[in-house]
Design a protein around this ligand. Structure first.
Ligand code: ARG
Length: 454
């Protein structure tokens, strides 16, 4: 029997880092061009390298590349293949470079793309939210605190709250992009390289706005990965909260919304079920994104400068986060437009008089009663109605007046719509405020489409 364990497998990363092949090849092409421009390698060798790398890329895309786990990682696989294809010139590519600055470059290039994809996707989610807000713009629904019905709000106002969350997510991603936008190549293994390289040229070729200032930092820094994962964790938290609301709203108990058929599933035994699985899974997947962030922070916390092999462990969790975020974004962008609001149901609940107790207190304030006192009067009144099992709207005026002489017939004119309309200051739920906020949000999204984001 020969089943000696293959310990070498422990170090292998090719099954996941091959995902970086485009970035790795782009970095190598720029590096080869730079080496030739600087007279470090010949123009012929550089041309052969660039041509060979193009063939490698094609082979990978055609599924014809002979991946070899015994070569450990992506970088060695590509270099070995290049050697097979173009011969000894391939051996000159790694002049003035180390796998340490190479992988740092690949990760930065990849992060930049992941940010751009996430931002574009989030704009789509925002557009879906704005579309729904427009469709149901005048509808008043119950707003909640403590998951108890609290005050009437516009459905559009509720949706715009999520618009704001995604605005902040986009801001955080953009911040991460700016931090990732620094070229590490040219740092060598850790100390710099003994060749007259042109790092500014590399930065221009690869679309970076700056070059790293310290070679030791550049090869060991993965802050930008942490930042992406932290931004993703927050963004998933927002999707998870929205999911929780959709799940509640889609329940028979709430009956606020109906989700499109393709985003619900039946039960294998209960024929009446319309389970909101997509929202549930988004809520569930938030956990693995948090986990990835914690794992990376923990991997980094004890590392001495500079490169340590531990850094290889940054990838799987990061890729998983990129995929989870991107698919969640795509699901929501597709699911939201098909959401049907049960307008009558939400409006009738919003109109229940219990929701208007605050407005009645404010009404007393309008008659000169101090707010604290008005609040006390209304608390007593609500208790009284509770005991009698009636709503505020059914309480006769003389009973109102037993609690305060300031009540008059005006109490019956307070409706959910009037309540919402009264909250007419910036950030409030009055229809003109919401219309303004909606228009402003639409402008923000339109401007980002004209390229202001990137
Ligand atoms: N696979 C490695 C990583 O992902 C690449 C860098 C390896 N560098 C080294 N000196 N072994 O971090």
């Amino acid at each position: 029997m020969n089943d000696a364990p293959n310990f070498a497998a422990y170090t292998v990363s090719i099954h996941y880092d091959r995902r970086l092949y485009r970035q790795d090849i782009a970095g190598s092409v720029a590096h080869a061009r730079m080496l030739a421009r600087q007279g470090i390698i010949s123009a012929e060798d550089a041309a052969a390298i660039v041509d060979g790398l193009g063939r490698v890329r094609q082979e990978i895309e055609d599924g014809a590349f002979p991946w070899d786990a015994s070569l450990e990682d992506l970088h060695m696989n590509i270099e070995r293949r290049l050697h097979r294809l173009i011969g000894p010139a391939a051996g000159r590519l790694h002049t003035g470079r180390s796998r340490n600055d190479q992988i740092a470059l690949d990760m930065r290039l990849y992060t930049r793309e992941a940010v751009a994809d996430a931002v574009a996707g989030l704009r789509g989610v925002q557009r879906a939210l704005l579309g729904l807000a427009r469709r149901y713009q005048p509808v008043v629904m119950p707003g909640y605190t403590h998951l108890q019905r609290a005050q009437p709000v516009l459905f559009a106002h509720h949706l715009l709250a999520y618009f704001e969350m995604f605005q902040r997510d986009i801001g955080r991603l953009d911040d991460c992009r700016r931090r990732a936008d620094v070229l590490p190549l040219g740092s060598g293994a850790l100390a710099g390289v003994p060749y007259p390289t042109d790092r500014e040229f590399l930065a221009r070729e690869l679309g970076f706005s700056r070059i790293s200032a310290n070679s030791m930092d550049a090869v060991s820094d993965r802050d930008f990965v942490v930042e992406f994962m932290a931004a993703a964790a927050l963004c998933m938290m927002h999707f998870s909260r929205m999911s929780e609301e959709l799940i509640l709203w889609a329940s028979g108990e709430f009956g606020f919304i109906r989700l499109a058929d393709e985003f619900t599933t039946g039960s294998s035994i209960m024929p009446q079920k319309r389970n909101p699985d997509f929202a549930e899974l988004a809520r569930g997947k938030t956990g693995r994104v948090y986990g990835g962030l914690m794992a990376l922070l923990t991997t980094l916390k004890g590392l001495p400068l500079t490169y340590n092999r531990d850094l290889q462990e940054d990838k799987e969790g990061f890729f998983d986060t990129v995929d989870t975020l991107q698919t969640t974004i795509a699901v929501f962008a597709a699911m939201l437009p098909g959401l049907e609001l049960q307008t009558e149901r939400v409006e009738s609940l919003a109109g229940e008089s219990g929701m208007l107790a605050t407005d009645l207190a404010d009404y007393l304030v309008g008659k000169g009663v101090p707010f604290r006192e008005a609040h006390g009067i209304m608390r007593e009144l609500c208790r009284h109605c509770d005991r009698q099992g009636i709503g505020l709207a059914e309480l006769p005026l003389e009973q109102y007046q037993r609690f305060s002489p300031h009540f008059d017939r005006g109490v019956y004119g307070i409706t959910a719509a009037a309540s919402a309309a009264a909250r007419n200051n910036p950030g409030g739920t009055a229809p003109p405020r919401v219309a303004e906020a909606l228009a402003q949000a639409e402008r923000a999204v339109a401007e980002s489409e004209s390229g202001a984001d990137y």
